[in-house]
Design a protein around this ligand. Structure first.
Ligand code: MRU
Length: 351
């Protein structure tokens, strides 16, 4: 069976509700939440029930469609100003992944040229569906480009989950593994468990194992030793926001992997849909880094593992400086170095 047949979609739009795969319950339970209001959408995003930059964007876009279907308002300008309020509300659900803002702005922009409220509602829905469909093609292309950097038999390391469930399908950093499977290649994957909320073990290990891909789980502090001793040919990661100079925000721990890869002479690749490229943000120091509740560090599965009253620092992301990135793999091609010149060119060419 291919990933297409085994695919568990993270978000499904049903007009008056969304079905959202509750990623907090994986790998034990495959449960779809019935999400019926924009407040519920906000909650599922902020509590990581749906997560991963592209999936967050898709969900928020559908959130606006869901909301607009319930609005009883005939005046277009009042409708558009309420739409702006809802856009701002969803924008406050998480700060780092730029796909969130990219998707809701795209949906809100589609409504601006409407001639009536009904027309605006149709445009909102169709734009949201479009974003989801586009993402599938984007991920497949990223996977194909990423595969061109690998060879049959290679071992590769990844962190967090930049997989099918973090996108519309295939994933970004995990796309080459799903496509390799379709091609009959054997790639082996070393997945960092990704503290504090374990998306590597709960999600990546689950997703790759479900597609019969050779995956080995390690704890995050085993990465350097594993890179050195397991003949790893590349590290490939996803991203939440890539600044104009190529600096890349991704799940906490990514920067450490980049440093280790550099020290050991192993290529470090970022899989980046153009929807995650933020040319307005000049460099990584301008990317807002989300800090999350301390319980994510002091507890595992609700059980306290640290002393009461301990001080906690819990950033969800870090920024890998562009100089540590061997290549950025987009759906429109692979960029190696000179990101400040090449990233804007690529985005401009594919507007
Ligand atoms: O906090 P999360 O789980 O939303 O963080 C996810 C990541 O860091 C992913 O690597 C990134 O969003 C890319 S998903 C294709």
């Amino acid at each position: 069976m291919t990933v297409a047949e085994k695919w568990v979609p993270s978000v499904r739009y049903r007009g008056d509700h969304l079905l959202i795969l509750d990623q907090q319950q994986l790998p034990h339970h495959t449960v779809y939440l019935n999400v019926t209001s924009i407040g519920h959408v906000w909650d599922t995003i902020s509590k990581l029930k749906v997560r991963g930059a592209p999936a967050i964007g898709i969900t928020a876009a559908f959130g606006l469609a869901l909301w607009s279907n319930t609005v009883k308002e005939d005046d277009l300008s009042i409708f558009l100003s309420k739409l702006k309020e809802q856009r701002d509300y969803l924008a406050s659900s998480r700060p780092t992944a730029v796909n969130l803002f990219w998707a809701i702005d795209r949906v809100a922009a589609a409504a601006q040229s409407a001639t009536s409220v009904d027309d605006a509602k149709k445009r909102i829905e169709s734009e949201a569906l479009h974003i989801q469909e586009e993402d599938e093609n984007t991920c497949r292309k990223i996977g194909e480009y990423a595969l061109s950097l690998l060879q049959d038999g290679d071992a590769v390391m990844t962190i967090c989950n930049a997989g099918a469930i973090a996108t519309s399908k295939y994933g970004t950093a995990l796309a080459p593994f799903h496509l390799a499977k379709e091609k009959g290649w054997t790639l082996s994957v070393y997945a960092n468990e990704t503290r504090p909320v374990l998306q590597g073990s709960r999600l990546t290990a689950w997703e790759l194992q479900a597609n019969d891909i050779d995956v080995t789980l390690i704890t995050d502090n085993m990465a350097a030793h594993t890179l050195k001793t397991k003949n790893i040919k590349a590290v490939i990661v996803g991203c939440d926001r890539v600044a104009a100079n190529g600096d890349t925000a991704n799940k906490i721990g990514t920067f450490g992997l980049a440093l280790q890869a550099r020290a050991l002479g192993i290529p470090f690749y970022v899989a980046c849909p153009l929807s995650t490229l933020d040319l307005v943000t000049a460099s990584g120091s301008d990317i807002p880094i989300e800090e999350r509740p301390e319980e994510e560090v002091t507890h595992i599965n609700g059980v306290r593992i640290a002393p009461e009253g301990i001080k906690v620092f819990n950033p969800a992301f870090d920024v890998t400086p562009a100089e540590y990135i061997s290549a950025i793999i987009t759906e429109k091609g692979i960029i190696k170095g000179n990101y400040t010149n090449e990233l804007p060119k690529l985005k401009e060419e594919h507007k």
